[in-house]
Design a protein around this ligand. Sequence first.
Ligand code: PSU
Ligand code: MN
Length: 337
Amino acid sequence: MLHRIRHTVPRHCPRRYLSQLSAVIARGAPIDVHEEVQDALATGKPVVALETALTTHGLPPPTNLAVTRDLETVVRSTGCIPATIGIVGGRVKIGLDNKNLERLADVNSPPRSVKVSRRDIAPVLALKGDGGTTICATLIFAALAGIKVFATGGLGGVHRGGENSLDISADLHELTRCSVGLVSAGIKSILDIGRTLEYLETLGVPVVAYSKRNDFPAFFSPKSGFQTPWNTDNPRVAAEILHTQQQLGMENGALFAVPIPEEYAERGRLIQEAVDQAVRESESNGMSKRGKDVTPWLLARVAELTKRDSIEANIALLKNSALIGGQIASQYQNIIS
Ligand code: PSU
Ligand code: MN
C-alpha cells in the first residue's frame, strides 16, 4: 500500500519532497524548516539553498554575517526564497532566522561551531552542538527538502598531494547522492584542479562551465587551464540538465562552474600567487596534514597575504553564484509547473 502511494506522486512533485521531509521529521529527526521555506516548498515557489561553513569557517567576522545576509538578498532579488542551512543547538535548520544566523556568525563566542561534513552530522546533533554546514552537508539537507539549486563559492576537491594523503573533500562524493544543481565558482587552486575534475568524471557528476566557453574556472581566475566537458550560459538549459536527470531517476547532482566576474579577473591573478605561497607554507609547516582544518587555514592565510583582496573577490563571486543560482532555480520551477 505504502509502495503504491509513493508511486502515485510524480518524482518532481513538491509534495513528494515534503512527504520525504515529513517522514524524517515524523521519525523525530531534529530538523526545523523555516516557515517561509516550508511555504515556498508547499506552494511551488523556487528555493535556493545556501551553506554556513562559509559563515563559520570561510570568512572572517563581521564580513561573514554581512555576506551571508547579502546572499539571501541576492537570491530574493531573483524571485526565489533563500534557505540558509546550518545546525544550531543540535537541530538542523533549513532556513535560518536572524538570531540563529547571528549565533553561527559569532565565531569568537562559545559555543564554537563545528565545520560539518557528512561524517559530522549525527555526532554534532547528538551532542547538541552548533555547526556550519559544508557543501557536502548542505547538499544532504537541500536534497532532503527537495531544493533543486544550491549556490556557493568554492567546491572542495582533491588536495594537492591528495594522491598520497587521500585528502579528497566529501563534497565530491555527495554530488553523486544528491540531485541538486551546485552553482559555484569552481574550486580554488589551493586544490589539485586536474585531479578533482578526473575524480568528478569517475563519480559521474556533470561538470558544466556556466560560460560561453569550456574553461573550468579556478575561483579567483576565470580560467584554470582545464576544460569542462560541457558549457552553457543559459539558465533554462542548466535547469533542463537538472530536470532531465530528475526525469531519468538519476540520483546525482551537477556542478555549474561560474567564472569570476570579469572586473575581478585581473586582481585574481595576483591572488593566485598568494594561493601558491599559502600552499607551500602549509606543506612546510605541516598544516597540509591537518584534515578538515586545511581549507580554513589556507583561506585565512590567502586573505592575510592579499590584505583581504581575496575576500573582496570571494564576495563578488559568491553574489554572482547566488544570482545565477536564483535564475536557474526559477527556470527549474517554470519547467515543472
Ligand atoms: N572553498 C572555499 N571556501 C569555503 C570552502 C571551500 O573557497 O568556504 C568550504 C566549503 O564549505 C566546502 C568546504 O564545502 O570548505 C570543503 O572543506 P574540505 O576541503 O575540508 O572538505
Ligand atoms: Mn579534507
